[in-house]
Design a protein around this ligand. Structure first.
Ligand code: ZN
Length: 80
């Protein structure tokens, strides 16, 4: 699931200069895992990008809120 980018937009991909996506993926799989919790990461999804960088995931079990996950993941992506 891709979610709309909020007030801190991520920078373009440093390798292909495309805009990355902010992904929100459920942490449960067929009833196993952390139902109701999500992980967030930013990745370049340009098929022509040779590197396809992505950040590590932040999840809303350890972070306080979705907003906090999103801010952290954007901050990490934007750190060059
Ligand atoms: Zn790229």
């Amino acid at each position: 699931m891709n979610i709309p980018l909020m007030r801190i937009p991520p920078k373009e991909c440093p390798f292909c200069h495309d805009m990355p996506i902010l992904a929100k993926d459920p942490l449960w799989d067929g009833g196993h895992g952390y139902y109701g919790n999500y992980e967030y990461y930013i990745a370049c999804k340009n098929g022509k990008c040779k590197i396809n960088p992505r950040t590590k995931s932040y999840n809303d079990i350890y972070e306080m809120s979705e907003q906090e996950c999103i801010e952290k993941v954007i901050e990490e992506w934007n750190m060059r």
